[in-house]
Design a protein around this ligand. Structure first.
Ligand code: HEM
Length: 298
C-alpha cells in the first residue's frame, strides 16, 4: 500500500489522479482499474466473489457514513441545523443499499461459508470482522464507545491511533446534545464535559430534553424532525445488525466463533446497543397525557 492509499484510509481527502495514458476520463475519475483489481479470492468456490464484493461494498458504505457524520458534526458546531439535517438524511439513505447487500450472500449454506472461510484461514490466519476499522469508527461516531475493540488493531498502529482518537472525541450524539444546549435546552454539564472515551451513561435530564422537544405537536418542529432522522439512522444501523445475526444463524449455527464463544451468543447482546438512548427512552413519555383523550389523568 502506498502513502496515498494510507491517506485515504485515514479518511483524508485525496487529490484527483492525473489522467495517465491508457485511461478514459471515466476510468481516471472512478479509478475502475484499481477498484476491479481488489477482489482476490482464496478459494475456488464460485460464490467467493459475491462474498468479497459484499464485504468490500459494506466497507465503502461504512467509510461514507463516517465522512457524512464528520460533516454533520462540523455543521452542528456551526449551528447550521438545516445543512446538518440534509447530511443526516443522506446517512438514512445510505443504510438502504448497505442493508440490501445481505441479499447478495443470502444463498449461502453452512457448507458454502465454511468452504470459503477454511481457505481464508489457511491463507491469512484466523480472521474476524472485528479487525475491520471502518465499522468500529462508525460505531464510535454513533456514540457506542467500547475501548476493548482497540486490541484488534495493535498490528496496525495507524488504525489503532485513528480509532483511539475517534474513541476520545465527541460522537454525533454529543454534538447534537451540545447544539441543543446552545439553543437553551438544559443538558447537564456533566453530560457535555465528560471523558468521551468512556461508555455514555443515559441521563434523565437528557430524556427530559427530548420530551420537551416533542411536548407540543406544533412547537420545535425542526428539532422533532432531527429526532426522527436520528431515529431512522439508529433503525438503519440496528437493521444491519439484525440481518447480520440472521445470516449468522443461517450459515454458522451455534458453532464457536473467533473468541471460542458461540457466535450467536456473542452477537445477541449487541442488538441492545442502540444509538441515541434517551431519544428512545423518552418515547415512553412523549404524548403523555394524550391531549384529546377524555380518559387522560388531570
Ligand atoms: C454470513 C456469514 C457471517 C457469519 C457467520 C458471521 C459471524 C460473525 C460473528 C460470530 C461475529 C462475532 C465476532 C467473531 O466471533 O468473529 C461477527 C462480527 C462481525 N461481523 Fe460477521 N459474520 C458473517 C458475515 C459478515 C459480513 C458479510 C460482514 C460485513 C459485510 C460482517 C461483519 C461483521 C462485523 C462488522 C462484526 C462486528 C459486530 C459488532 O461488533 O457488533 N459479517 N460476525
Amino acid at each position: 500500500m502506498n502513502d496515498k492509499l494510507n491517506d485515504s484510509a485515514s479518511l483524508e481527502r485525496l487529490e484527483p489522479n492525473s489522467m495517465a495514458a491508457g485511461q478514459t476520463p471515466y476510468s481516471a475519475w472512478m479509478q475502475t482499474d484499481a477498484l476491479h483489481a481488489l477482489q482476490r479470492p482464496v478459494s475456488d468456490h464460485p460464490g467467493e466473489h459475491a462474498w468479497i464484493v459484499t464485504v468490500q461494498v459494506s466497507e465503502l458504505y461504512w467509510t461514507l457514513i463516517i465522512k457524512e457524520m464528520q460533516t454533520a458534526q462540523r455543521q452542528f458546531r456551526a449551528n447550521d441545523l438545516t445543512q446538518a439535517q440534509r447530511t443526516l438524511q443522506r446517512i438514512v439513505a445510505h443504510h438502504e443499499p448497505l442493508n440490501a447487500t445481505w441479499r447478495s450472500i443470502a444463498w449461502m449454506t453452512p457448507t458454502d461459508l465454511l468452504a470459503i472461510l477454511s481457505r481464508a484461514v489457511a491463507t491469512y490466519g484466523k480472521d474476524t470482522a472485528l479487525q475491520g476499522w471502518a465499522y468500529r469508527q462508525m460505531v464510535y461516531l454513533l456514540g457506542i464507545k467500547q475501548v476493548e475493540h482497540l486490541k484488534h488493531f495493535t498490528p496496525q498502529p495507524q488504525r489503532w491511533a485513528q480509532l483511539s482518537q475517534a474513541l476520545a472525541e465527541p460522537s454525533i450524539y454529543d454534538d447534537v446534545l451540545a447544539y441543543l444546549n446552545r439553543l437553551g435546552f438544559a443538558v447537564p454539564g456533566d453530560v457535555l464535559e465528560r471523558d468521551f472515551a468512556v461508555p455514555y451513561r443515559p441521563s434523565k435530564a437528557v430524556e427530559e430534553v427530548w420530551r420537551d422537544i416533542y411536548a407540543a405537536p406544533s412547537r420545535n418542529l425542526e428539532l422533532q424532525q432531527l429526532g426522527e432522522t436520528l431515529a431512522d439512522i439508529a433503525e438503519g444501523f440496528s437493521t444491519w445488525k439484525h440481518l447480520h445475526l440472521m445470516a449468522t444463524r443461517r450459515t454458522f449455527g451455534a458453532r464457536p466463533a473467533y473468541f471460542g464463544t458461540e457466535g450467536i451468543a456473542w452477537l445477541k447482546p449487541t442488538m441492545d446497543e442502540i444509538p441515541f438512548p434517551e431519544l428512545w427512552s423518552a418515547r415512553g413519555f412523549i404524548g403523555d397525557p394524550p391531549a384529546a383523550c377524555p380518559h387522560a389523568r388531570k
